[in-house]
Ligand binder design. Structure first.
Ligand SMILES: [Zn+2]
Length: 148
């Protein structure tokens, strides 16, 4: 059963997604690039400015869950998903892999990556031969190291 509030949320999410798809100002994009000195906020590798993708730390599609209150007409007040603190410089791979997940969902995916890799036969062969070395995910992303 779909409730009235769910319908509102889906509708609001679509509306927000439409609004946030507008082209980001060049100056803001530059600020995002330098946020972690030209490194991907997640894996930490250096990225070229032209290759940087701007990820929303808290996914745009979930913005309606972060409502800060209601206005005088009872409409939800949403924080701007394009606010600087929500924008993260990202390499293509991390942005693609994180997709519309929250940082905690992304962290959970990273924690199980080792186990999932070990299901791949050729990967196990590579481990046996010392071609690849498997290390556990540290549990933290690059930007979390940077922020202490
Ligand atoms: Zn990355």
């Amino acid at each position: 059963m779909v409730h009235q509030t769910q319908i509102f949320c889906y509708s609001a999410a679509r509306q927000i997604a439409g609004i946030t798809q507008r082209r980001m100002k060049a100056e803001l994009r530059k600020q995002v690039y330098y946020k972690y000195d030209g490194h991907c906020a997640y894996c930490g590798k250096e990225i070229q400015y032209r290759e940087m993708q701007v990820d929303h730390l808290h996914p745009q599609a979930l913005s309606h869950f972060k409502a800060t209150g209601r206005d005088i007409n009872g409409n939800l007040i949403m924080p701007d998903p394009d606010r600087f603190e929500n924008l993260m410089p990202s390499c293509r791979r991390c942005n693609h892999y994180k997709r519309a997940h929250t940082i905690e969902q992304f962290r959970d995916n990273m924690r199980t990556i080792q186990k999932r890799l070990m299901k791949i036969y050729i990967f196990k062969v590579a481990v046996d031969y010392g071609i690849v070395e498997v290390k556990p995910f540290s549990g933290t992303f690059y930007f979390e190291h940077k922020e202490g």
